[in-house]
Design a protein around this ligand. Structure first.
Ligand code: MLT
Length: 240
């Protein structure tokens, strides 16, 4: 049987470019669909995480895919969980990369609001996020990765909508508890953005899941250790 298509959902403040090593490698394994979220590369309108999940259904329709393996990175993982909740028949399996199912705490909501205020008064500075996304070693040894991570073209308005959407999303641990299809969880050992316990909690909620901890990698684990992540995706695609 042919492999299921793979839908890759990017994180914040990124575009599909963050998936470049996976798109390049996995396109010979299956059909890879890697859209930009609403407003990130084209004109948009305000959205919730649930709207983005519904958009992903439309994207699958546009590609003639009745279902797909859904890989979500960080904010893209929040969208993947909303997709699994709202349209379970479109999700053949989940790959959750550097993400978690919890709603924002009050302090995270405040941090998001501060970021919105900064963007609205002085504009977004992509450079300011770099050290949270990649290790210093990777930034120094692979400067070309900056092109995939620092996108000056994402409209500030889309970033504000995304921050608001993330702050408003509910907890989705119950989605994982109800999810009985295959799931791969990928966690980076040097991730400063995601709570360390999250991958463990998600793995416990889904006895059928596989958890991979990637060494020497910060939040953008798929760029830090592309070979390891590609191999894990490929194995998973063959299994689903
Ligand atoms: C991301 O990488 O998509 C974001 O850091 C997620 C978040 O801010 O919660």
């Amino acid at each position: 049987m042919a492999s299921k298509p793979l839908l890759l959902i990017h994180g914040f403040p990124l575009t599909h470019n963050m998936w470049t090593p996976q798109i390049t490698y996995l396109s010979s394994v299956t059909q890879v669909i890697a859209p930009d979220l609403r407003g990130f590369s084209a004109e948009g309108s305000p959205f919730s995480i649930e709207d983005l999940a519904d958009d992903m259904c439309q994207t699958l329709d546009d590609h003639g895919a009745s279902e797909a393996i859904v890989g979500g990175f960080s904010m893209g993982g929040y969208v993947a969980l909303a997709l699994a909740e709202r349209h379970p028949d479109r999700v053949a399996g989940l790959v959750l990369v550097s993400t978690h199912p919890y709603a924002d705490s009050n302090s995270i909501k405040q941090t998001r609001q501060q970021m919105i205020n900064t963007i609205q008064t002085s504009g977004f500075e992509p450079q300011s996020m770099l050290s949270m996304l990649l290790t210093t070693e990777t930034i120094e040894s692979k400067p070309q990765l900056k092109e995939l991570v620092l996108d000056e073209n994402i409209p500030d308005q889309a970033l504000v909508w995304a921050l608001e959407a993330m702050a408003q999303r509910p907890d989705r641990m119950h989605v994982l508890k109800d999810f009985k299809k295959p799931c791969l969880i990928i966690q980076a050992d040097l991730d400063m953005v995601m709570p360390a316990q999250a991958a463990e909690d998600m793995h416990s909620a889904m006895p059928q899941s596989t958890l991979i901890r990637v060494p020497n990698a910060a939040h953008l684990v798929n760029l830090e250790q592309p070979e390891l992540v590609n191999e894990a995706f490929e194995k998973f695609i063959h299994k689903v």
